[in-house]
Design a protein around this ligand. Structure first.
Ligand code: ASP
Length: 328
C-alpha cells in the first residue's frame, strides 16, 4: 500500500513538473527581464549587433532584454555559461561564427554547440576588413604584403582570442602570406581597436560593425575587404583578391541560442520575436549603416540555424584540423 502511494506521488510529481513548465511557457516572458550573454567585450562587433537587436527585440518579445558581456577565449567562456544555465527562456546567447569553430579548436570545450543548445535563429551577416593603424607606412594592401614579409618580427596582429572571427581571418591571412606575425589576443575587438588606434598593435582583421565609425572618419588604414565582393557600405575599399590575394574570405554570421531543454513554446516565442526584429526597418537600416546585413525572416528560425550551424561545423572542422591549431 505504502509503495503504491509512493508511486502515485511520483506520478503526480512528474505531472506537476510538466504542468508547471507548460504554464510557465504560456506566461513567458511576463515582466521578468531576459539576460542575453554576449561572449565578447562591450562596444565590439558582436556587442553592437546584439545591442541593436535586443533594443528592437525587447519590444517584440514584450520584456526587456539585458546584455551581459562575458568575453574571453574566443567566445567560449560566455557560451559555456549559457550551456550550463537553466533552460527557462531567461538566459540566451548571441554569438557568431565562433560557435562553429570552437569544437575543432578546443579539445576541452565543455559544451557541444549542437547538443547543449536550443536554436532560436540567425541574426545578421557581417563582412570583415583588414585594417592597420595610421602610422603604418604602406598605403595599400599591395604594399602591405612585402612590408609585412620584410618586417614580420616587428609587426603584431590583434584578435579576440582563439576561434574569434578576427583570429580566423588572421589565420587565413597569415597562411596566404606564408608569414607568421605576433598575435595579441583581447577579450573582444573593441579593446583591440583602442590599441590599434593608440599604435600598441599594428594590424587587425575586424568586422565592419566595429570599425565603421573609424573607417568613415579616416582614423584607420583600410587595407582590404576580406570577401569576394566589395562591402556595400565601403565600396572604396578593394578586396584582397583584387589586390593579388585570392581565397582570404570570411563571412561572419551571428545567431541566437538558448540552453538545451528550454521548452519549445518559449523557443517559438523567442524566434517569433527575432523574426519580427530582423524584418524591422530600423534594425535593417542600422545593420546596413554598419556594413552588415540583417538575415531574411526565414533564416531567423531554429531549423535554419541548426542546418546552417551543422554545415559551418562541417566546413571549418577539417580546415582547422588540417592547420593543426589548438587553443588548449
Ligand atoms: N566578433 C569579434 C571577433 O570575433 C569579437 C568581438 O565581438 O569583440 O573578433
Amino acid at each position: 500500500m505504502k509503495r503504491v502511494a509512493l508511486n502515485i506521488a511520483a506520478v503526480l510529481a512528474v505531472a506537476g513538473v510538466g504542468a508547471f513548465t507548460g504554464a510557465q511557457a504560456q506566461e513567458y516572458p511576463g515582466n521578468k527581464p531576459v539576460q542575453a550573454v554576449v561572449p565578447f567585450a562591450a562596444g565590439g562587433p558582436t556587442d553592437k549587433v546584439a545591442r541593436e537587436l535586443t533594443m528592437i527585440m525587447s519590444k517584440h518579445l514584450g520584456t526587456t532584454i539585458v546584455i551581459e558581456n562575458l568575453g574571453g577565449a574566443g567566445g567560449t567562456i560566455g557560451a559555456k555559461k549559457v550551456a550550463q544555465s537553466k533552460g527557462d527562456g531567461y538566459t540566451i546567447l548571441i554569438h557568431h561564427i565562433g560557435m562553429s569553430t570552437a569544437p575543432a579548436l578546443y579539445r576541452n570545450l565543455g559544451f557541444d554547440p549542437l547538443k547543449d543548445f536550443e536554436m532560436v535563429g540567425e541574426v545578421a551577416d557581417v563582412p570583415m576588413v583588414m585594417v592597420g593603424n595610421k602610422q603604418l607606412p604602406p598605403a595599400t594592401f599591395k604594399d602591405l604584403v612585402p612590408y609585412i614579409k620584410a618586417n614580420a618580427s616587428k609587426l603584431s596582429l590583434a584578435n579576440a582570442g582563439i576561434g574569434s572571427a578576427s583570429h580566423l581571418c588572421g589565420l587565413l591571412f597569415q597562411s596566404a602570406l606564408q608569414t607568421e606575425l605576433t598575435t595579441v589576443p583581447y577579450k573582444g575587438t573593441a579593446p583591440a581597436l583602442t590599441d590599434i588606434l593608440g599604435g600598441q598593435v599594428n594590424l587587425m582583421c575586424d568586422q565592419t560593425t566595429n570599425i565603421a565609425g573609424q573607417l568613415k572618419a579616416g582614423a584607420l588604414k583600410p587595407y582590404a575587404a576580406m570577401q569576394s565582393r566589395r562591402v556595400e557600405a565601403f565600396k572604396d575599399i578593394p578586396t584582397a583578391a583584387e589586390q593579388g590575394m585570392p581565397g582570404v574570405e570570411v563571412k561572419i554570421w551571428h545567431a541566437m541560442y538558448a540552453p538545451k531543454g528550454t521548452p519549445k513554446p518559449i523557443i517559438d516565442k523567442l524566434s517569433a520575436a527575432l523574426q519580427k526584429s530582423v524584418q524591422d526597418p530600423n534594425f535593417r537600416a542600422k545593420m546596413a549603416e554598419l556594413g552588415a546585413e540583417a538575415v531574411p525572416a526565414q533564416r531567423a528560425t531554429p531549423d535554419s540555424l541548426r542546418t546552417f550551424l551543422t554545415s559551418e561545423i562541417n566546413k571549418w572542422t577539417p580546415v582547422i584540423k588540417k592547420a593543426g591549431v589548438y587553443a588548449d
